[in-house]
Structures are given as C-alpha cells and as structure tokens.
Design a protein around this ligand. Structure first.
Ligand code: SAH
Length: 360
C-alpha cells in the first residue's frame, strides 16, 4: 500500500524531492496544494507539471478514509462522522457549530486503553494509535464538508492523545504551521484523562498547546471509581503536574467535568470543584453525561442547573449552548451503533476482530 503524503514532514518531503532530482522549490508548491488549497487529488495540483503530479500519485495517497456514517443534530447541526481507515478500523470526528466558533473534535487513537467507565470509546479497548497523517486527514475531510470555516480543534474524540504524542504533536504542529493550516496555537486544545508524563511533555514544548483535563471527580476515591487511570496517576500528583503546566506556559487550563447522577453531581461536589479549581487559572466545562449505559446517566435538568449555578458563580449555561458538547461527548457511540448494525448484517463466519466488540 502506498504511504499517505500527510505523514511526511517537510524534511522527509525535501529528501523525496532530492531523490527524484526535483528542484527544492517544489516543496512549497506541494505544501501549498496539500494544506492551503487542500486539493484532494494530485491531478488537481495545477502548479505542478503533469509528469510530477503523476510521480506523486505513483508514490503517495492523498486521502485514505471512506465516510461510513454521518449524524447531523437537528438542534444545532452538530455533525458526527464515522470514517473507515485503510485497514478497516473506524474512528469518529465531530463538528460543533456555536455562533462564529466552529470546533473540530478529532480522534487520536482507534479505541482507548483507559477504560473510563462512562465513556463509549473506553468499551472498545485500544486497537491502535492513529498516525499523524490520519489525525490531519480528519481535518481535511471535515473541511470539505463543513458549513463554515473551522476556528478551533480539540483532541476530544476517541483515544487518549497523551498516550500518542509522537503522532499527536507533529499533527498539532501542522495545524499551526504557517505553511500548514495556519491556525493560532491557542486554537488547539489537547485533552487528557490524566497522563502525568504527557502533561509534563506538553508543558515543555517550545510552543505549548492548550490543555484540558477531564477531571470528572473531586477526590481520589470518587475519581478511581470512574477513571481507573487515577490509580496509576493519583489526583494530587495530577493536579501538581497541571500547576506546573500553567506556571510554565502561562496558559489557562480547562477542567472538564462530566456530570453523572449519584456519582459526582451533589452540591457538595460542586463546592469542592470550585475550591479545587480556585488556585488555577482555569475554565470549567460541565457536560451532562451522555451515554446509553444505564449505570451512568445525567442528573435532572434542575440538578444540572443547580450544579452550574454553584460552579459558574450564579450563571447557568443555556441548554442549547451545551447541546453540541453533549452530543460530541458521546464520541464512540456512532461507532458502537454501526458495529451492532454490521454485526447483525454479518454472516456468522465473517468474524473480524472489530466485530467482536459489542455494546455492553
Ligand atoms: N482521553 C481524553 C480525550 C477524549 S474524551 C480525555 O479523557 O480527556 C473527551 C471528553 O469527553 C472527556 O472530557 C470525557 O470526560 C468526555 N466524555 C466521555 N464520555 C462521556 C459521556 N458519556 N458523556 C459526557 N462526556 C463524556
């Protein structure tokens, strides 16, 4: 199989040009075609001679995904895409429209090893890491389908980005590079369930990206129940690493908090969350749990509002504004739905590993 050109760094492309005895200025022309014009086929690279377009086509692929399913929310047009990768595995990406802000939520792994109890992706286990090219291709694919130009990218789709930093960082750099997508570095947010060495690595970047921590509980004990990763990386050490990140980078951190009835949504929890976040330059994002798992469900609308009232200093977030994030939070559900559909349609002997994983 030909490699995806999206996996190639500038240096690697330069080396390819040298090997092919092509002039060095072709590099800029290729990058422009890939990331500024975003042409989906080499034959469209009109700045390049025909024979060279053919040479690229002989050596690389430019788009490798097949769109398998799409869900568009009637409320706010939040759009979920399910892509099939060349090896048959599937991932989700989401577009969230909120006024002028258009956020792309992208995946970093196929599945996830962390097994957070309320998370649909956690049920898949980890199948593999995505390559930088596959991370980038999600953005290119959505660009050709989005109703408005993207403004923000969040690594809040499937997977734990801090367990795949070797691919996530080159992709994130491509998003901000002047000869890449040219987005501001404050427009890229990397979200983690709490991988301390990864947070340290992010803090040490020359051009750090924004960090979001999926906090979801205010004590070690309650967090362990829903996020097993807390046993390896205890909450107090985790918060120390976030403190180090904000001190080094001078950036605001976002604490994400998935509200689950009876688990983390009491008024005492809300007050503890305020105390915990107080010393940080932090933003708190409250997302009512969205899952079809009967063990984890959102509190009543009244309880959600009470929680928000305490946390947000007597302001509530309108339901409409929250909705896109609620829908996105169920990342992994479109995947699961399709597995059930495929499994139903499949003959008994057609038992690829991907079909073994059923909804709980
Ligand atoms: N592994 C990373 C990134 C992926 S999860 C992380 O944990 O941050 C992205 C966000 O979706 C996290 O904040 C997570 O807490 C949230 N999420 C997962 N399942 C959810 C659900 N069922 N309802 C609401 N939010 C959910």
């Amino acid at each position: 199989m030909k490699p995806s050109i999206l996996n190639y760094t500038r240096e690697e492309l330069s080396r390819f040009l040298e090997e092919q005895q092509q002039p060095a200025y072709r590099l800029q022309q290729i990058l422009q075609g890939l990331y500024q014009n975003q042409w989906p086929q080499f034959e469209q690279f009109s700045t390049l001679p025909k024979e060279f377009r053919q040479l690229l086509d002989d050596n690389f692929v430019l788009r490798s995904f097949t769109l398998t399913d799409t869900h568009i929310s009637e409320i706010d047009k939040t759009t979920k895409f399910l892509w099939e990768l060349p090896d048959g595995l599937r991932i989700e990406s989401v577009i969230i429209y909120e006024g002028k802000r258009v956020t792309y939520c992208i995946s970093s792994q196929v599945g996830c090893p962390l097994d957070c109890k309320f998370c649909a992706t956690g049920k898949m286990g980890i199948l593999r890491n995505l390559t930088a090219g596959e991370i980038i291709e999600q953005v290119l694919q959505m660009n050709s389908r989005s109703e408005a130009p993207l403004t923000n990218i969040v690594f809040m789709g499937m997977g734990e980005p801090l367990l795949n930093l070797d691919e996530v960082l080159p992709a994130a750099h491509k998003f901000i590079a002047a000869d890449g997508f040219g987005l501001g570095k404050n427009r890229i947010t990397i979200s983690t369930a709490g991988i301390i060495p990864g947070i340290k690595q992010l803090a040490d970047q020359a051009e750090p990206f924004k960090l979001a921590l999926s906090l979801n509980a205010v004590s070690q004990e309650s967090r362990e129940k829903i996020m097993p990763v807390t046993r390896k990386y205890p909450l107090s050490d985790l918060l120390d690493s976030v403190r180090e990140y904000t001190a080094k980078t001078k950036k605001t951190v976002t604490f994400e908090y998935v509200l689950m009835d009876g688990l983390n949504s009491s008024e005492a929890d809300a007050r503890a969350l305020v105390r915990l976040a107080h010393p940080f330059k932090a933003k708190i994002n409250i997302i009512p749990c969205n899952t079809d798992d009967p063990l984890y469900h959102p509190p009543s609308e009244q309880d959600i509002q009470k929680f928000e009232w305490i946390v947000n200093g007597k302001r509530t977030i309108t339901r409409r504004r929250r909705k896109g994030w609620e829908i996105q939070a169920a990342c992994g559900q479109l995947y699961a739905e399709n597995l059930t559909k495929t499994a139903r349609a499949a003959k008994p002997h057609n038992n690829k590993p991907i079909m073994d994983r059923k909804k709980p």
